[in-house]
Ligand binder design. Structure first.
Ligand code: FMN
Length: 328
């Protein structure tokens, strides 16, 4: 009996710790993220970056589109106008967003396609507000990369790292299982907490399964169908214990996935990380397509295919290094 109470008390303590930790995070998440309201500069920049990226990504789509992303453009203009009204200092993300709007108009003009009148006036209005010389830089939001063969593999690390981009266009060429074996083995050099190696790799080559998976995902429109393979990265919950380790799984799988991107790039394989920002419903649907065991938490999906000789990439401007560093 005493033993029963001891075990029950222990279990209860674990559950309470877990709930407290999650509650602590959820409270801070609601307080600081842009989930409920967008008021401070960082929240604005986050929302603006996300809108800008959807549009700059649209500019790189293999089958060029026109008059796309109307809601995104309107949303971006509203955010930029508000940012301007609040007199926040423009940064790299603001420049990139203004450029993406200019680029949007430019591409339509270049191809003799009319931009929706309402949209055009909204864009011009937002651009006009920021038209003080230094702000709008003449930088492109996307550019065409030429695949330089396996040169990548012998480049100094900094060049190699900067030559990797999320690529949303792939050659129609099969990546065989031997190549995948080598790539995944290289990715296994990633560190993991206590060497627990929780990451599991679900490689999907079957066309019908790929299509079904992409149909429940919201970030692959316009390019997902071109991928030769889809990789689902999950973490095995079984190897962790206690409330304090609950987030380690995401760090472990995250580190593995970055290594996997490099391993693919090294092997001439282009890739794009695809968010798995899931709902319970989405998670259940995914597990019906691929029998991912319940002890595994799906963290991220990656689309992959061999590089084409020439492909467009989104510039994805980076913040200044000084802006992300703190010294103590
Ligand atoms: C966790 C995560 C989720 C992402 N989800 C998507 C996605 O759903 N669709 C997409 O096209 N790109 C996605 N990306 C790619 C990012 O847009 C890209 O990494 C970012 O713009 C930086 O560009 P780069 O990878 O070319 O350096 C994702 C990246 C990460 C790390």
């Amino acid at each position: 009996m005493i033993r029963f109470f001891y075990v029950a008390k222990n279990h209860m303590a674990q559950i309470l710790n877990l709930l407290w930790l999650k509650f602590y995070f959820i409270w801070r998440y609601l307080k600081h993220s842009a989930s409920i309201r967008v008021t401070n500069q960082k929240q604005f920049i986050g929302r603006i970056a996300a809108h800008c990226h959807v549009l700059e990504k649209g500019l790189t789509m293999p089958e060029g589109k026109f008059n796309f992303g109307k809601d995104m453009i309107i949303g971006l203009c509203v955010l930029l106008d508000k940012y301007f009204e609040l007199k926040f200092e423009p940064n790299v993300i603001i420049y990139a967003s203004l450029n993406v709007l200019r680029e949007y108009i430019r591409i339509h003009v270049e191809n003799n396609v009319d931009v929706d009148t309402e949209l055009k006036s909204k864009i011009e209005n937002s651009l006009g507000k920021y038209s003080f010389g230094h702000c709008v830089k003449d930088e492109r939001n996307f550019y065409v990369n030429e695949f330089s063969g396996y040169d990548y593999a012998v480049k100094p690390f900094a060049d190699f790292a900067w030559s990797r981009h999320s690529v949303r266009d792939y050659a129609k060429k099969n990546i065989d299982m031997k190549v995948w074996g080598r790539v995944i083995q290289i990715a296994q050099s990633a560190p993991s907490s206590c060497n627990r190696q929780a990451t599991r790799v679900h490689l999907v080559k079957d066309r019908s399964k790929i299509e079904q998976i992409l149909a429940i995902h919201n970030g692959n429109r316009g390019f997902g169908h071109l991928a030769d393979a889809i990789i689902i990265l999950s973490g095995d919950i079984s190897v962790y214990a206690g409330a304090r380790e609950i987030n380690m799984l995401y760090v472990d799988v995250g580190m593995f996935s970055m290594n996997l991107l490099y391993a693919m790039h090294y092997s001439g394989i282009a890739s794009c990380t695809l968010n798995w920002a899931y709902t319970v419903e989405m998670d259940r649907r995914l597990r019906k397509i691929i029998p991912i065991p319940s002890n595994e938490e799906v963290c991220v999906i990656v689309s992959a295919g061999y590089y084409k000789d020439s492909y467009k990439v989104a510039a994805s401007a980076r913040l200044k290094t000084a802006d992300i560093m703190c010294f103590y």
